[in-house]
Ligand binder design. Structure first.
Ligand code: SF4
Length: 328
């Protein structure tokens, strides 16, 4: 039994113009200790997927197909109390903006202690001890003093560490980190990523890292899902995808990384932009931006092709392999 199993997940939003699908055909499973990356441009559906895993999609959105099973239990069929026990306790989420998690008018200590007491039968002193221990785990100096401080008294990096400590309070089995470093200075980003990685490894916690930054993903994950327009278009071992991506969209993302570009050359960009949810595209959703598109791409949605350890939703995988680019 997988820790988390996502089967044929479909999420739709009711818009004035009709129902639009934000996620389609999403299938994967997560085991304890896995480190999975979900990558794609804005609008690819990454965050919707993160929220769906916690059954946190709210109107006008809803899960319209498939299911999310946590230890074989369908999250859609759980009572509000059972769901609360899983959210925060067993699966916790770290958001990009610490102020989405932290209450600006409560001290750090009050927030951590209240969170612990909401989930566990525990007295205030014991809750305080656990809070201090978690702050130590994320290398917050003078944790006792920090408990008496308000979020605005701390730096951005320190606030994100505290959010991570709150995420760890209940010893979750899965952490979903949604762009956890985007709001931080570049110098702090690497530190926070290292910290998340270290904590997940030490506590054998599964990590689902959602980001638009392939560089970050390649450092911390061992499995990768590349999303485009609400679908997973390539998935497999992170190293294999980074070193030898098969889908033209993934290749475009990798070629756009600064370190992949020769010094002095302009960054390579994927032409065009992600279609909006209510744009209907027949065939492969990437075909309007794809330089390899052929007639079949505009007519038929590609099924997954297995290539090495990866699954790739592209009609041309085999053809592209047999016809290497002239520049190679
Ligand atoms: Fe490009 Fe066709 Fe592959 Fe889609 S199926 S990514 S359009 S080559």
């Amino acid at each position: 039994m997988a820790l988390l199993q996502v089967n044929d997940l479909e999420v739709s939003f009711d818009m004035r113009s009709g129902s639009v699908k934000a996620l389609q055909d999403i299938n994967f499973s997560i085991e304890r200790g896995d480190r999975v990356g979900i990558v794609g441009e804005s609008g690819a559906g990454k965050s919707v997927l993160g929220f769906s895993i916690l059954n946190l999609i709210s109107r006008p959105g809803s899960i319209t197909g498939g299911n999310v099973l946590f230890e074989d239990r369908d999250l859609a069929n759980l009572s509000a109390k059972e769901l609360r026990d899983i959210r925060g306790n067993r699966i916790s989420m770290i958001f990009q903006d610490p102020m989405m998690t932290l209450n600006p008018v409560l001290t750090i200590g009050t927030q951590m202690i209240e969170c612990l007491q909401a989930h566990r039968k525990i007295n205030k002193n014991d809750a305080k001890k656990i809070a201090i221990q978690k702050l130590q785990q994320v290398y917050i100096p003078s944790p006792e003093t920090r408990l008496d401080q308000y979020p605005h008294e701390l730096s951005g990096g320190m606030r994100q560490r505290i959010v991570i400590a709150i995420g760890l309070l209940m010893d979750p089995e899965i952490i979903i980190a949604d762009e956890p470093t985007t709001a931080l200075d570049v110098t702090i980003q690497a530190e926070i990523m290292e910290l998340i990685l270290e904590l997940c490894e030490r506590n054998h916690v599964a990590l689902i890292m959602i980001t638009h930054d392939l560089g970050v993903i390649s450092q911390v994950t061992n499995r990768l899902f590349v999303m485009y327009s609400g679908r997973i278009i390539e998935q497999g071992p992170t190293k294999e995808i980074i070193n030898d991506a098969q889908h033209p969209y993934t290749q475009g993302l990798i070629n756009a990384l600064p370190q992949m570009t020769i010094r002095g050359e302009r960054l390579q960009q994927i032409p065009g932009s992600m279609p909006s949810l209510n744009t209907r595209i027949t065939g492969c959703v990437f075909h309007p931006r794809c330089e390899h598109a052929e007639n079949t791409c505009t007519r038929t949605h590609p099924k997954y092709t297995t290539s090495g350890g990866c699954k790739v939703a592209c009609h041309m995988v085999e053809k592209m392999k047999s016809q290497p680019l002239l520049s190679e």
